[in-house]
Write a protein that binds this ligand. Sequence first.
Ligand code: HEM
Length: 214
Amino acid sequence: MEKLYIHPLPVRLWHWTNAFGFMLLIATGLQIRYLDLIQLLPFRTAVVIHNWIGFVLIANFFVWLGFYLFTDKIKVYHPELSPKKYFQASFRQMQFYGYGIFRGEPNPHHPSAYHKFNALQSMLYQIIMMLLVPIMFVTGLLLWDVTRFSTMVEMLGGVRVVDTVHVLLFIVFCGFIIVHVYLASLGHTASAHFKAMITGFEEIEDEPKQETGH
Ligand code: HEM
């Protein structure tokens, strides 16, 4: 069993702060939005905690962005530029998750320090980190003080539009977390990817030569 260092410390610190923060944002956000359904905390306390965690996660996002922008590890996020290769790799990965994994077939993706994501992860993480997370944070910031940011809020169509985008993304993130945690449990053992995100080291299973070719 080979060990590969694939998650550098700043990424791991960012990730677990982000994951824990998202859980708290979801819990306090639910309470703020559905006051009549959930009342774990007084409304005002839920709002204050939600805002503070929001600011911590915005700062944390810049830790993630700064790390990738200022190191060569940004390569893990470089997209595959050949559409043919990209779609073939995505299709193989979907086949594996939907079928091959239940037949004990090997994962078609073989990670390395600069190529740790499979085609599906690569696309999903780019959309999440470059698009959805920033939109979530910007809409959250605008809703934090609609008076201060009234010009921007009006430009975007008003409080209702900004709020709707924020809540729709909340739903998307709840779905993402479920799928993400399920896929993260599909390593060579159920806990392998979680351990890797804690220690930095992914264990790479040795595969018999004849089974690796695709
Ligand atoms: C209970 C919550 C979470 C758990 C248990 C979890 C678990 C994991 C694990 C095990 C990995 C490494 C395995 C892999 O996917 O290859 C990972 C990577 C990643 N996760 Fe999560 N995650 C959680 C929440 C989140 C949230 C809320 C986000 C974003 C909003 C997120 C974004 C990412 C990204 C972007 C990566 C790749 C990081 C990189 O190497 O650059 N995760 N997660």
